[in-house]
Structure formats: C-alpha cells, structure tokens
Design a protein around this ligand. Structure first.
Ligand SMILES: [Ca+2]
Ligand SMILES: [Ca+2]
Ligand SMILES: [Ca+2]
Length: 454
C-alpha cells in the first residue's frame, strides 16, 4: 500500500525484499530509522511518501517540485521501468573512494636504512606508504607514493636498532581521494647485515623467505674452484647442478647456490617495481627479458655500470631507457641485478619430481590451468606459486606475453633451472623455468648464481 513514511512500519508493510546490498522490509530499505506514527497529519514529519505498491523496475527518490507533502528525503517511487523518462526526474552521481588495501603486512624486521618489503592485495589504485613510531603515525616518513603495485619498501631511512616502527598504507583514487589507512603491526629495525662485494641485498618476502639475503649481482664466473660474482668474463656454464653447489660453497661459509624460494623472492620483487615494465607501471606492457634474441648467439660478459644495461646485446638501452633486451632489473630497494632473465639459464639448489601439466607462458598459467600442487624447497603450491608471478596477466596473451617467460612444466626430470638463455626469445624471462633435465646434465647455456646468507 502507498503511504506516508511516518505511517509505514514493520507491521503495516511486512513484505521483505533485496535492493542492492540491503535486504529487509520497506521501512528498512527506504524509510526513516525511528518510529513516527503519531505524526499522522499535515507535514507527516516531512519524510515524504512511499509509492510502494508497484514493482515496475527502477527506484526514484526524493519527490519533485509539484509533490507537495509527498516530497521528502525518504520519498520512494517504484512504479517506473528503466526505459522511463520525464522532465521531473533527474539523477545524481557518486564517487566511490578507494577501499583500504587488504591484507597489508608491514614485515617483521628491517635493516637500519630501509623498511621491510611491505605487501598487500593490490587493486587498480596507486598506493602510498608511511612509517611512524606508533601505529598509524607518519613521523618517520610521511605518505610516500609507491605507485600501482603490490609490494614496496621505503629506503633512505635512518632507523634505530631495536626500535619498533609501524608501517601504514592507503590507496589513492584517480581524483586524489585517499582510502582509510591500513595499519601494520610493526617491525623491528636491526643492525644492517652488509653484503659481500659483488652481492646485493634482497628483502625477505612473506611466504617465500624469512630473512633478508644477499644475491650475486652477476651470473657466476669461474675463478679457480669458486663461482664468483663479477662483471667481467662470460658465465661459468657447462657445469652440473651438483658442481654448481660446490662452486658456490667454495666462496666460504654462508655461500650457497640460490634456492628456488630465493629466486622467486627476487623475481616477484622485480615484478613489483614499476621501472622494470616497458610502460613504467606494474602489469603494463612487459618486463625486459635480457639477452635472449640470439644476436649475438652466445653468452655475454656484463658491466660494472648500470648505464651499460644492453652491453653486448646489439640493442641500445640504459638504466633509464627500457628495451626488451635490457639485462638489468631494479629491486624495490634500488639495487640492480644482472641477467636474471636471459644470457644463461641458472640452476637452483632444489630438485623436482613433479609434472605440473601443460607448458605455457607464465601470463597464461593459473591455478585452474596447472592445478598440481607440490613442495619445492621451502614453498608448497601450484606452478603459479612455485614459479610464477604474483599478478594475473591472462589478458597479455600474445607478443611479449608480459615478458614473464615460459614454464616448461610438463617434465619431472629432476633439476630446476630458471630465467631462459640468449636464444630463448619471448620464452626467456625472470619467471622462466625448466623441469626438463637432470642435475647431472651439463649444457653450454646453463650456468648458475650464488647467494650469501648472513
Ligand atoms: Ca609486522
Ligand atoms: Ca641482441
Ligand atoms: Ca641468466
């Protein structure tokens, strides 16, 4: 029955329905919250009228210039369809401010000059991070734009060992409107563990690695029995995975062949840094895939200068000019690492006995396409978790395929090697993986990279 809203109650109008995100009777869906049944003449409380005895499709609110006492902020009209128009009916827009980032994690420990790598479930917004000495405060670092990405850290800080700091983050909409803050539960700064010469610090990544570690900036080069990290000379290839472990450990205590979890920590970090993408934004265009066009048709030495990022490739690029063949990637802490993608394949320390299903580009590998789960080293999951990117790139299904690389997953020959080589073309990339050969094999296109765990 149609009625003034002061007279509409849960007793007079009992029918329940769902309108948008609300479910209830007319009073809950359209009416005022309190009871006004005594206001039953004259202005009727000024709430307006409910034309409720219809279900024609659309909902109009508020009344119009000729509605008299029937107009009001609660007035509701249900007798029109979506195709209706008249001169008394207009409309009003809303802007939905960005939602607070979900699953924000501000890490557990940091060095003295940078926050931990902070992670969240990214949507399509730009994000900002802040750091303070109490939850939600910004007294250490005010809001700092980190771009549209899913993990980031703030560098250039001077933190005090043993002190607890708190990260906060917010999303920023296209008009500059900010979301409610997401609050971290704090992290403790610790005296920095420095990396050996030729190694760069990699921040731990929740779910993959529990501590920061050092990775060789370069593919291993042969120096006596040890695989060392230096720019000059070509990579040490034609070596078995077993011998690569020995060659890394020959550097001394704390050195080892990189694990698959450490490789993923690096690859996922590279994925999160906007400048590694051709269009300067996470997920836009493609990641560079290193020396992989088979011109020249051999592995290359590197350079000590990040400006020489395309050295030897025949292409021209630098640390600021992107190219598919660029050999360097930047980590979230600003460190530069060479040839993670392309040049020579690289053994990881873990082995594999699982066939993960069809081979494909990593932009096309999902939980659904390759659902087999297994444990490789410290990680348990499907191929996407064990070897793949964080983001969903299913729409990047031609050309560069996002530059992520290819998964040769339909094997279980024993060994795991990553990154692709100089002739792999579009199938090379920081996530590329092959499960096709045994640890005892050697190839001229398969080398290795060492880590140092402080
Ligand atoms: Ca924390
Ligand atoms: Ca080339
Ligand atoms: Ca490589």
């Amino acid at each position: 029955m149609d009625q003034y809203f002061s007279q509409i109650t849960s007793t007079t109008h009992t029918a329940s329905g769902t309108v948008g995100s609300l479910t209830g009777a007319a009073k809950a869906l359209f009416g005022p919250s309190a009871s006004y049944v005594s206001l039953n003449t004259g202005e009727y409380g000024g709430f307006g009228y409910g034309w409720l005895n219809y279900k024609a499709g659309v909902i109009r609110r508020g009344g119009y210039w000729a509605d008299g006492v029937n107009a009001g902020v609660f007035s509701t009209h249900l007798n029109w369809s979506t195709a209706s128009t008249d001169g008394a009916t207009g409309f009003r827009c809303v802007y939905h401010r960005p939602a607070a980032p979900a699953s924000f994690n501000d890490g557990t420990t940091s060095s003295l000059d940078a926050t931990p790598l902070m992670t969240w479930t990214a949507d399509s917004f730009e994000y900002e991070l802040a750091v303070g000495t109490t939850s939600g405060s910004t007294n250490i670092t005010n809001w700092t734009r980190v771009g549209r990405t899913f993990q980031a850290q703030i560098t250039g800080l001077t933190l005090t060992a043993g002190t607890t700091y708190y990260g906060s983050m917010r999303a920023v909409g296209s008009s500059g409107e900010v979301s409610v803050k997401a609050l971290g539960d704090g992290f403790v700064a610790q005296a920095a563990s420095s990396c050996p010469t030729g190694y760069v610090l990699v921040p731990a990544l929740n779910g993959y690695t529990t501590s920061d570690f050092c990775v060789a900036k370069y593919e291993a080069k042969k120096s006596g029995a040890a695989g060392i990290s230096q720019a000059t000379s070509t990579p040490w290839a034609s070596i078995t995975q077993t011998s690569a472990i020995t060659a890394c450990q020959a550097n001394g205590t704390g050195y080892d062949l990189i694990s698959n979890a450490e490789w993923q920590t690096i690859a996922l970090n590279i994925e999160s840094v906007p400048s590694n993408w051709s269009l300067g934004q996470w997920g836009q265009g493609s990641l560079n895939r290193g020396h992989s066009d088979n011109a020249p048709g051999a592995a290359l030495a590197a350079s000590n200068s990040p400006q020489d990022a395309c050295i030897g490739t025949g292409q021209t690029c630098s640390n600021t000019v992107w190219d598919t063949q660029r050999r360097t990637h930047v980590l979230s802490n600003g460190q530069v690492i060479w040839d993670v993608a392309g040049n020579v394949w690289e053994w990881v320390k873990d082995t594999n006995t699982t066939n993960f299903g069809a081979n494909n580009y990593f932009s096309q590998i999902t939980l659904a396409t390759n659902p087999v789960t297994a444990t490789i080293g410290e990680i348990t999951g499907t191929a996407k978790t064990l070897y793949g990117p964080w983001g969903s790139y299913i729409g990047l299904n031609s050309g560069e395929y996002a530059g992520l690389g290819y998964g040769w997953l339909n094997y279980s020959s024993g060994a795991v090697f990553r990154g692709g080589n100089w002739s792999d073309g579009v199938t090379a990339g920081v996530f590329s993986v092959s499960l096709s050969i045994a640890s005892s094999n050697t190839y001229t296109s398969v080398g290795f990279r060492c880590v140092y765990r402080p």
